[in-house]
Design a protein around this ligand. Structure first.
Ligand SMILES: *Cc1c(COP(=O)(O)O)cnc(C)c1O
Length: 412
């Protein structure tokens, strides 16, 4: 099909050409003396994105799900108590993993469309005077519902309860797109993947591990081998891996980090916020509502849009794909059919997102949802015009002396 296949699923996200080109490399020896020149600066720059001085980042050949597993098996023992909150498909799946690994999970079900409740965390931990809970596991950005939880508030709740539990955070669809502060929030392990904010293909589980979590590893008894942080630390210290890493992935990650740091993390967050707000204005103009129940939960990386009763969100997605060659995100589990999602993270600007909003309008009309064409597009445009940044300076060409000097003699 002609034209670009735009991805408005919240991962994998669109890979910029710069990253694709950087990944187009021949394979090389991952044990060469030059290899650490690639890897060591990647580890250093990852810390800037996680906002940590004390954390140790690891890049596993794997995915975010593998990152979850690494956090659990490196720090906990069979039967350990952990506290977690279920408010969407991803928090559900992480909890399922905890159970299957033999942990004793206290699951607090929260309405889908809300996030982690700090008051309840404080309350439950205050009551746990024996300090039985070894870890609190929170999904930062619940991709299934478009809800962002306040990790700073979660940290305050744990501290207010004077509880020593470790704090593990899934920021798979948050990191490198929305504000994340590993050190300030005292996050013990942060988990992400390569195919969301980092704009890469899936294939790397990226985690950052704080000193308390590494310390817990010394007595943790869940079996681990492939995911062992200890093995990684030993090899990574000199820039190598315990096994064969994906070479193109590391080159892609190098380029992604360069792009993020060139833009500046605060600018990256501001861009995502402004684009997301434009998308939310479009949803309001359509007369539709978000799955996220209140502005404080609204995610700046994904909007989950409820379809009117009598319609199926899956039909909108199907038409979008088959007729217009673009991808919207599906409703998962409890919200299957009830919504569709527009992912707005990674490599995008106003014009990119307008394509998604305009395409969603057409796909909704195709399945009979009565939205007025152009309404959402106009609302987003209006918001972006009102909030636009100063016009960047015009590019001034450098003096042409070099070109003049090269002219053959006698040419005017
Ligand atoms: C995508 C996602 C995952 C799963 O990551 P994979 O890389 O697909 O394993 C986990 N948590 C959240 C919040 C996600 O968005």
């Amino acid at each position: 099909m002609a034209g670009r296949n735009f991805l408005f699923v919240p991962g994998p996200t669109n890979s910029p050409d710069r990253i694709l080109r950087a990944m187009h490399v021949p394979q090389e020896d991952h044990r060469s003396s030059a290899f650490p020149e690639l890897t060591l600066p990647i580890f250093r720059d990852l810390k800037k994105v996680f906002k940590t001085e004390t954390g140790t980042p690891f890049v596993f050949p794997g995915t975010g799900t593998g990152g979850w597993e690494s956090a659990l098996v490196n720090t906990l023992s069979p039967g350990d108590k952990v506290l977690s909150f279920r408010y969407g498909q991803f928090s559900h799946l992480w909890i399922d993993m905890m159970t299957r690994l033999g942990l004793d999970v206290t699951v607090v079900d929260v309405e889908w469309g809300e996030g982690a409740p700090p008051e309840q965390i404080q309350d439950l931990l205050t009551k746990d005077t024996a300090h039985a809970y070894k870890a609190v596991c929170i999904v930062h950005n619940e991709t299934a519902t478009g809800v962002t939880s306040d990790i700073g508030a979660v940290r305050k709740a744990i501290d207010a309860a004077k509880h020593p539990a470790l704090l593990f955070v899934d920021s798979v669809s948050g990191l490198a797109s929305i504000d994340f502060r590993m050190d300030e929030w005292k996050v013990d392990i942060a988990v992400t993947g390569s195919q969301k904010g980092f704009m890469l293909p899936a294939g790397a589980g990226i985690v950052c591990v704080g000193p308390r979590a590494l310390e817990a590893g010394k007595t943790a008894r869940l079996p681990r081998c492939y995911w062992s942080y200890e093995d990684m630390i030993k090899a990574n210290a000199t820039g190598y891996f315990p096994y064969t890493p994906s070479i193109p992935m590391l080159y892609g990650l190098r380029e992604a980090l360069t792009m993020l740091l060139e833009e500046g993390m605060e600018n990256v967050y501001a861009r995502h916020h402004r684009l997301a707000e434009g998308c939310r204005r479009a949803v309001a103009a359509w007369g539709l509502s978000l799955c996220s129940k209140a502005p404080k939960w609204h995610s700046d990386t994904v909007s989950a849009i409820m379809v009117p009763p009598g319609f199926n969100g899956a039909d909108v997605i199907d038409v979008a794909y088959r007729r217009y060659n673009f991808a919207l995100g599906a409703g998962l589990n409890k919200v299957a059919g009830k919504l569709f999602r527009i992912g707005h993270l990674g490599d995008l600007n106003e014009i990119t997102l307008l394509a998604g909003i305009a395409g969603a309008e057409m796909a909704m009309r195709d399945v009979g949802i009565k939205v007025e064409l152009g309404k959402g597009v106009a609302a987003a445009q209006q918001y972006w015009l009102e909030t636009q940044k100063p016009l960047p300076p015009k590019h001034v060409a450098p003096p042409a002396e070099a070109a003049v000097a090269k002219k053959p003699a006698g040419v005017a």
